[in-house]
Design a protein around this ligand. Structure first.
Ligand code: PMP
Length: 406
């Protein structure tokens, strides 16, 4: 007799739901006639294959004894030193190598922070909408999510202050504010400096931590826009800053990092130890060498005009084809445009199958990015993968869907 396996699942596993995005991607991968604006993955044509192959070979041959070996949980010291230089140079963040933790992508950084800081019932404040896999990592620890409305400039920090004040007065325990200030996923918004400063002031006033997730700011499409990190305004060491090479080199390397407040580093390190002992040693060597030789900076520079063409194609098509009743963001970087359709009963989740089968286009329904069940009339559109002319056609098809259905 086979066991009734459900009986063995942990409550965390029982509560986990399948990711909507992954399921959609699985369906449309097989459908060549469908234009996908759903998955937000980098265009593989950007991967610097030859340079990475040369570096990988050299690291194995010259440093094989260490590069193929187990290593320190926090990350190899030379790699953390390289990241410390890189953060100062590229983002103006001053952090000692001792307070950098190399992680297995920034997804692990999110999970690690959640495991280190959250107990069931704790409140995490996020943008509404916010990054799905971050919300999942927090929910897995039993956190309660409170979302703050966004406008075209990201999180409304006036509402953040009101919300924090109210929750604190009710005796609630808020652990941290999770934010993606630049080129947000899914919204594509970027916070101006006055909002970033306001956010830090609120954290200082109410004694909260800030988790700043920053994968997209290493290249942007409008050079005049201020994309400084919140960490740059962090006078009380409250910000855990995290980033990754996923968008500036290759996500398959699975290398990210946390710049941690000094007093938190040791705990994060101890918690990570039981997750994976350490992040892949060879990949750490490859990333450090890619930074040292200037490949990362050069590459990020080249990505900007490449993705700008795609962003421009999407925004132009939206302006050309979408009807008046659509609210959309205008990203200065990243991979996403977020859309709300102001039409009675318009439900992007319910319409997705029809979008794929009849209109031959796919998007990610927006509701699951929201913390409060709202957003049924929203969708995330990604311009990272298809070429500009396909993006335009995809938007034209979505415009048809919006006009014809409800
Ligand atoms: N945070 C945000 C906001 C992201 O968009 C992503 C990737 N889609 C991640 C974290 C995870 O990145 P990584 O590949 O480094 O795990």
């Amino acid at each position: 007799m086979l066991p009734a396996y459900d009986r063995f699942f942990s409550s965390t596993a029982k509560n986990i739901k399948a990711s909507e995005i992954r399921e959609i991607l699985a369906i449309i991968r097989k459908r060549k006639d469908v234009i996908s604006l759903a998955g937000g993955i980098p265009d593989p044509r950007t991967f610097p294959r030859d340079e990475l192959a040369e570096i990988a070979r050299r690291m194995i041959i010259e440093y094989g004894d260490q590069a193929l070996q187990y290593s320190e949980t926090k990350g190899i010291l030379e790699v953390r030193e390289m990241l410390s230089h890189f953060l100062l140079e590229s983002r103006g963040i001053s952090v000692d190598a001792e307070n950098i933790i190399v992680t297995t992508g920034s997804q692990q950084a999110l999970d690690l922070v959640a495991r280190t800081l959250l107990d069931p019932g704790d409140i995490v404040i996020t943008e509404n909408p916010s990054y799905l896999a971050a919300l999942g990592a927090f929910k897995n620890r039993g956190a309660r999510l409170v979302g703050i409305k966004i406008d075209k400039q990201g999180m409304r920090t006036d509402l953040l202050e009101e919300t924090v004040k109210k929750l604190v007065s009710e005796g609630e325990k808020i652990k941290f504010i999770y934010t993606i200030p630049v080129s947000q996923n899914p919204a594509g918004t970027t916070m101006p400096p006055d909002r970033k400063k306001h956010l830090i002031e609120i954290a200082n006033k109410y004694d909260l931590l800030v988790v700043e997730d920053d994968p997209y700011s290493y290249f942007v499409y409008d050079e005049t826009v201020d994309v400084s990190p919140i960490k740059a305004y962090d006078s009380e060491d409250r910000v855990l800053y995290m980033s990754t090479v996923s968008k500036i080199l290759a996500p398959g390397l699975r290398i990210g990092w946390i710049a941690s407040p000094e007093k938190l580093t040791r705990k994060l390190e101890l918690v990570k130890q039981y997750m994976d002992l350490h992040s892949p040693t060879l990949n750490q060597y490859i990333v450090a060498e890619a930074i040292r030789t200037g490949l990362v900076t050069r590459h990020a520079h080249e990505l900007s005009p490449f993705y700008k063409k795609k962003r421009d194609a999407m925004i132009k098509a939206i302006k050309d084809y979408f009807p008046e009743n659509v609210w959309h963001t205008e990203p200065v970087g990243g991979f996403f445009v977020f859309v709300y359709v102001n039409k009675e009963g318009f439900d992007t989740g319910k319409l997705l199958r029809k979008a794929i089968d009849k209109y031959k286009v796919a998007y990610v329904p927006g509701q699951s990015f929201h913390t409060d069940g709202t957003g049924a009339n929203s969708m995330r559109l990604s311009f990272s993968y298809p070429p500009p002319e396909i993006i335009e056609e995809g938007i034209r098809r979505i415009a048809e869907l919006i006009k014809n259905e409800n």
